[in-house]
Design a protein around this ligand. Structure first.
Ligand code: PLP
Length: 397
C-alpha cells in the first residue's frame, strides 16, 4: 500500500519553525526584524580552522575515512576528554559523528529496545523526545522546579525511575535555560544512576560556554561506576562556531562505542573527511577564538539579563552557560492584547513577530508552556533593539 511510516508521522513538527518562517518572510519583504531565535553562534568559523579544511581539500584528503572517524581525530578527542573533562577514554571509546544530533541518535540506537523509558528533565532541548521516539523509546518528562533554578534533583530522578527506565538525559549547560549543574548536584544524581543501574546520556555541547563563577563538570569524571554508565556527548558546533560542518563526538564504554560505530557504518559511513580535518585543528589548535567568543557572549548575557529583570510581567534566571535567556511570561499571558487574553507563549510569540517585528522561540515544545527563549547569539545592537520592542509591548499590557 501507499501508506507511510507511523513512526515518522509521529515526529512533532517544531513550533519554532512557524515563527522562524514568519521572520524570514518579513525579512525578505525588507522589514527590520530582530531574531532572537538563533541556535548558533553569530561568529564566523575561525580562520585557522577554515585553512585546515582548505588544506585537506588541496591535499586530496577527500575520500572515505574509518566509519568512527580518523585515528588522529579520535586521539585528539580522547586527549581533550582527559585534559578538559577529566575523563579517561581511549581511541576505541570515541565515535566521531555527523554532529551532536547524530551522536544522540547513535547513542539511543545503541541503548534502546522498544518500550524502554528515557528520563528527560524539562525544560529540555526539543529534539530529545523526538530522537528517543524515533529509536523506539518512550520519553518520560520530569520538571525542574523554580526553587531549584529549573534543574531536576536526584530525588526527582529516583522517583521517576521504573523497571523500564534505561537512561537519563543530562544536559549541562542547558539549552534552553542556561543553567549549569554543580558538582554536588551531579554527585547526588550519579549515586541514583549507579544504584538503579541505568545509563546517563550527558549532553555537554555547550561545555566551553560557561560564565561567572560556574565551572563545567562532566558527570563521567566523578567515579568509576558512573563512568561505566555514562555516554558523554559533545561536538565542535557551538564552541568553535562550526554548526555547518556537522561534527559531533561521544566517549563511552568500548562496548557501546562499537555498537554505535557499527550502526553508523551502515547509516552514514564516516563523517565528512574535510570537516574532520577542520575539527582536528579546532580541538588541537590555538583556543583564543573560543575565549574571545565566550567573553563577548558573557557581555551580552549580563546586559540582557539586567534589562529583562527590570521589565514588567516577565521573570528570568541569570543564565550561567550556553547562549540563551529563558523567560517566564506567566503574568504577561494573563493579560489581554487587543481585547483578547494572550493565554499561550505561542500566541505571545505570534504577537511579537507580527506587531513588533521581534522573533522569539515559544517553549511549549521544550516542555514549559509559559516560557519563551531568547538567544544572545546576535549583536549587542540587535539585542538592544529587540529588547526595546519587547519592553514597549509589555508596557502596553
Ligand atoms: N545538544 C544541544 C543541547 C543543542 O542545543 C544542540 C544544538 O542546538 C545540539 C546538541 C546539536 O548540535 P549539532 O548542531 O552538532 O547537531
Amino acid at each position: 500500500s501507499l501508506s507511510l511510516s507511523e513512526k515518522a508521522k509521529r515526529v512533532k513538527p517544531s513550533s519554532t519553525l512557524a515563527i522562524t518562517a514568519k521572520a524570514k518572510k518579513l525579512k525578505a519583504k525588507g522589514v527590520d526584524v530582530v531574531g532572537f531565535g538563533a541556535g548558533e553562534p553569530d561568529f564566523d568559523t575561525p580562520q585557522n580552522i577554515k585553512d585546515a579544511a582548505i588544506r585537506a581539500i588541496n591535499e586530496g584528503f577527500t575520500k572515505y575515512t574509518p566509519a568512527a572517524g580518523t585515528d588522529e581525530l579520535r586521539d585528539a578527542v580522547a586527549k581533550k576528554f582527559k585534559e578538559f573533562n577529566g575523563i579517561d577514554y581511549e581511541r576505541g571509546q570515541i565515535v566521531i559523528s555527523n554532529g551532536g544530533k547524530h551522536s544522540l541518535t547513535n547513542v539511543f540506537e545503541a541503548l534502546l529496545n522498544p518500550g524502554d523509558e528515557v528520563l528527560i528533565p524539562a525544560p529540555y532541548w526539543l529534539t530529545y523526545p523526538e530522537i528517543v521516539k524515533l529509536c523506539d523509546g518512550v520519553p518520560v518528562e520530569l520538571y525542574g522546579k523554580k526553587e531549584n533554578d529549573l534543574k531536576v534533583t536526584a530525588k526527582q530522578i529516583e522517583e521517576a525511575i521504573t523497571p523500564k527506565t534505561k537512561a537519563l538525559i543530562l544536559n549541562t549547560p542547558s539549552n534552553p535555560t542556561g543553567m549549569v549543574y554543580s558538582e554536588k548536584e551531579l554527585r547526588a544524581i550519579a549515586e541514583v544512576v549507579v544504584s538503579n543501574d541505568i545509563y546517563v546520556v550527558a549532553d555537554e555541547m555547550y561545555e566551553h560556554l560557561i560564565y561567572g563563577e560556574q565551572e563545567h563538570i562532566s558527570i563521567a569524571s566523578l567515579g568509576e561506576e558512573i563512568y561505566k554508565r555514562t555516554i558523554t556527548c559533545s561536538g565542535v558546533s557551538k564552541s568553535y562556531a562550526m554548526t555547518g560542518w556537522r561534527i559531533g563526538y561521544t566517549g563511552s564504554s568500548l562496548e557501546i562505542a562499537k555498537l554505535m560505530s557499527s550502526v553508523q557504518s551502515h547509516q552514514t559511513s564516516n563523517p565528512c573527511s574535510i570537516a574532520q580535518k577542520a575539527s582536528l585543528e579546532a580541538i588541537t589548535g590555538p583556543q583564543d577564538a573560543v575565549e574571545e567568543m565566550r567573553l563577548e557572549f558573557d557581555k551580552r548575557r549580563k546586559h540582557m539579563y539586567e534589562r529583562i529583570v527590570q521589565m514588567p510581567l516577565v521573570d528570568t534566571l541569570e543564565p550561567e552557560g550556553a547562549f540563551y535567556v529563558f523567560v517566564d511570561c506567566t503574568d504577561a499571558l494573563e493579560r489581554s492584547y487587543k481585547g483578547t487574553r494572550i493565554g499561550t507563549a505561542n500566541r505571545l510569540a505570534e504577537i511579537l513577530i507580527e506587531d513588533y517585528n521581534v522573533a522569539v522561540v515559544p517553549c511549549a515544545d521544550f516542555g514549559f508552556d509559559n516560557y519563551i527563549r531568547l538567544s544572545y547569539a546576535i549583536s549587542m545592537k540587535a539585542i538592544d533593539k529587540g529588547l526595546d520592542r519587547l519592553e514597549e509591548f509589555l508596557n502596553t499590557l
